[in-house]
Design a protein around this ligand. Structure first.
Ligand SMILES: *[C@@H]1O[C@H](CO)[C@@H](O)[C@H](O)[C@H]1NC(C)=O
Ligand SMILES: *[C@@H]1O[C@H](CO)[C@@H](O)[C@H](O)[C@H]1NC(C)=O
Ligand SMILES: *[C@@H]1O[C@H](CO)[C@@H](O)[C@H](O)[C@H]1NC(C)=O
Ligand SMILES: *[C@@H]1O[C@H](CO)[C@@H](O)[C@H](O)[C@H]1NC(C)=O
Ligand SMILES: *[C@@H]1O[C@H](CO)[C@@H](O)[C@H](O)[C@H]1NC(C)=O
Ligand SMILES: *[C@@H]1O[C@H](CO)[C@@H](O)[C@H](O)[C@H]1NC(C)=O
Ligand SMILES: *[C@@H]1O[C@H](CO)[C@@H](O)[C@H](O)[C@H]1NC(C)=O
Ligand SMILES: *[C@@H]1O[C@H](CO)[C@@H](O)[C@H](O)[C@H]1NC(C)=O
Ligand SMILES: *[C@@H]1O[C@H](CO)[C@@H](O)[C@H](O)[C@H]1NC(C)=O
Ligand SMILES: *[C@@H]1O[C@H](CO)[C@@H](O)[C@H](O)[C@H]1NC(C)=O
Ligand SMILES: *[C@@H]1O[C@H](CO)[C@@H](O)[C@H](O)[C@H]1NC(C)=O
Ligand SMILES: *[C@@H]1O[C@H](CO)[C@@H](O)[C@H](O)[C@H]1NC(C)=O
Length: 446
């Protein structure tokens, strides 16, 4: 095992109290590549195959997020130990906060914007994500949410027949708080982007069409990801789902990097180290090819303390990581103590990113249309306690996924067409900006 100084921030919430009576694993379907009738969401057809944009170290980056497990507990699983022997166990990879949702948001937005809960938010369209950076380079992407009922579904959760126990009441398998793309208006207000928020039946269709995108985010359902269950259940799911895919060249080849990680560890008192494995054909040794050279978001992804990149990537791209050790490792176990636009007790509006920052990809900071780049935190009044005023943060939404205005984003187009999505962003001004969190860093740092 190699010790990497990569720091990441992820997130989750305290494990549910009924984890002790966890059910036994049963496969959600006949196999990862076969449509399952246990999912309400049937496939809407596959994505179209897109041109591969070569990276310096890998051409495909796939992350799989499971939940709320302490590092040492994950390491008791025979499945995790086996997978670790095939890859790299990251010894210094941290989630950014608790509970879950802010960690997921940070994984694509570079910041958790002060969020300290799992509520329903709609982050405004002037806030960019890794999707902007990927699309600027024509890199295909998708988010696969196991039990999402329809592509681009924006509701707070979804309850369906319980496939583990058919005599039990309907069960909530899908939650929006684990679906980061659904939370950003810059994604869901663009139909072609929204259609890339897909379910696992779509995944089977995309795989069978050899059309798996280059950047993928996987969220298993609430039982398979250990949220409502435990590490043994999640391990059984990994044996069912991931293990066979590792030897399928449509999923994993020698240009594929897979990050299997947790959103947060379970014990909140200390730091938030999470058990994270790098797998895939690109992990082994000598990786010497072109890279994506992405721009940055000018948020946590450009904060030197939070945004180290995997050293084998840094070695190829020439990026200089910071040595963050001992007491300089930030305490990322706190919840709700960071001021921001999603913190009702310490509210400040969405500020501009640091346009003068440079991220690991070397590219400039992405500036969304409508972003007021002069609106930096230092120019704003201090945080306001909206709770004391009986108000919610403006980004709060309703369970149907709409914002406080009740506005409904356009539905995705049928067939979830591949890469030709009309991006609403015009060729943006690229500048550089500053930073915040960590979970996402990895995704940006190529
Ligand atoms: C994981 O567990 C194995 C077996 O108990 C042990 O040998 C190994 O040192 C552990 N790894 C870490 C990183 O704690
Ligand atoms: C398929 O796409 C259509 C059009 O966007 C959408 O209305 C429908 O809900 C989607 N169906 C599924 C199963 O995702
Ligand atoms: C990677 O896979 C391709 C396609 O199978 C093969 O041609 C190439 O030799 C492999 N490269 C390495 C370094 O294994
Ligand atoms: C949670 O993560 C912190 C930070 O690395 C670590 O010190 C702590 O031991 C973890 N908790 C447990 C119970 O593993
Ligand atoms: C960078 O991240 C660290 C650790 O979370 C934090 O203490 C620091 O304030 C951040 N720096 C900036 C400029 O935001
Ligand atoms: C990265 O380069 C350094 C310095 O040459 C070397 O010590 C280290 O082993 C390399 N790391 C990896 C993962 O290749
Ligand atoms: C990082 O800093 C620690 C503590 O100062 C030191 O022991 C370690 O050798 C340093 N690692 C690198 C790669 O510089
Ligand atoms: C970025 O640099 C410009 C020019 O030096 C400066 O005017 C501006 O204040 C800087 N912005 C930030 C957020 O540091
Ligand atoms: C981003 O949009 C929100 C909502 O419209 C607005 O409150 C905020 O001032 C904007 N921030 C920037 C930096 O443009
Ligand atoms: C905000 O106001 C609420 C309600 O008055 C209060 O309970 C809470 O402690 C306040 N929070 C802060 C950070 O001042
Ligand atoms: C699902 O959403 C409803 C609101 O629509 C909420 O009352 C319920 O607590 C949520 N359940 C879960 C498990 O998130
Ligand atoms: C969503 O829910 C809100 C609050 O209940 C309601 O005002 C709004 O009309 C709903 N929007 C849709 C599209 O159902």
């Amino acid at each position: 095992m190699i010790t990497y100084a990569a720091i990441l921030l992820a997130l989750l919430q305290a494990p549910l109290v009924f984890a002790a009576q966890a059910p036994q694993f049963a496969p959600p379907g006949p196999g990862p590549l076969i449509a399952s009738s246990h999912y309400v969401g049937q496939s809407n057809g596959s994505l179209s195959k897109s041109q591969v944009v070569g990276g310096k170290v890998f051409d495909r980056f796939t992350q799989i997020w499971i939940e709320n497990t302490d590092f040492d507990v994950a390491n008791t699983s025979a499945t995790f130990q086996k997978l670790a022997s095939q890859g790299v166990l990251l010894s210094s990879y941290y989630a950014v906060t608790h509970p879950s949702e802010p960690n997921y948001v940070a994984s694509i937005g570079g910041d958790f914007f002060g969020m300290g809960d799992d509520e329903l938010y709609n982050i405004p369209a002037n806030i960019s994500t890794v999707v902007d950076l990927l699309e600027a380079k024509n890199i295909s992407w998708a988010s696969y949410q196991e039990n999402l009922p329809t592509d681009g579904y924006l509701g707070f959760n979804f309850t369906q027949p319980d496939y583990l126990n058919t005599s039990a009441p309907p069960y909530t398998y899908y939650v929006r708080k684990h679906n980061p793309h659904a939370i950003f208006d810059s994604i869901v207000n663009v139909a072609s982007r929204r259609s890339k928020i897909r379910n696992f039946n779509d995944f089977a269709a995309d795989m069978n069409a050899s059309a798996l995108p280059q950047w993928n985010f996987f969220t298993p359902n609430l039982v398979n990801d250990a949220h409502d269950t435990d590490i043994d259940f999640a391990s059984a799911w990994l044996e069912f789902f991931l293990v066979p895919l590792l030897s399928d060249s449509r999923f994993n080849d020698n240009r594929t990097l897979i990050l299997l990680t947790f959103d947060e560890n379970e014990t909140h008192e200390i730091n938030n180290r999470i058990y994270s494995l790098l797998l895939g054909g690109a992990v082994p040794t000598n990786l010497h090819e072109a890279n994506w050279g992405l721009g940055s978001l000018g948020r946590g992804d450009t904060n030197k303390t939070m945004s180290n990149v995997f050293s084998f990537v840094a070695n190829v791209t020439g990026f200089k990581n910071q040595n963050v050790t001992g007491s300089s490792i930030p305490l990322t176990n706190a919840s709700g103590t960071t001021p921001g636009p999603l913190n009702p007790q310490m509210f400040i509006p969405f500020t501009a990113p640091n346009v003068n920052a440079t991220g690991a990809g070397g590219g400039s900071v992405f500036i969304a249309p409508g972003l007021n780049i002069s609106m930096t935190a230092d120019k704003l009044p201090g945080p306001v306690n909206l709770t004391a005023l009986g108000e919610q943060v403006p980004a709060s939404g309703y369970a149907n996924g709409t914002g406080p205005s009740g506005s409904v984003p356009p539905a995705p187009t049928a067939g979830g067409s591949g890469t030709s999505g009309a991006c609403q962003y015009t060729s943006s001004v690229f500048v550089s900006i500053s930073a915040v969190v960590v979970a996402l860093i990895i995704s940006f740092s190529f």
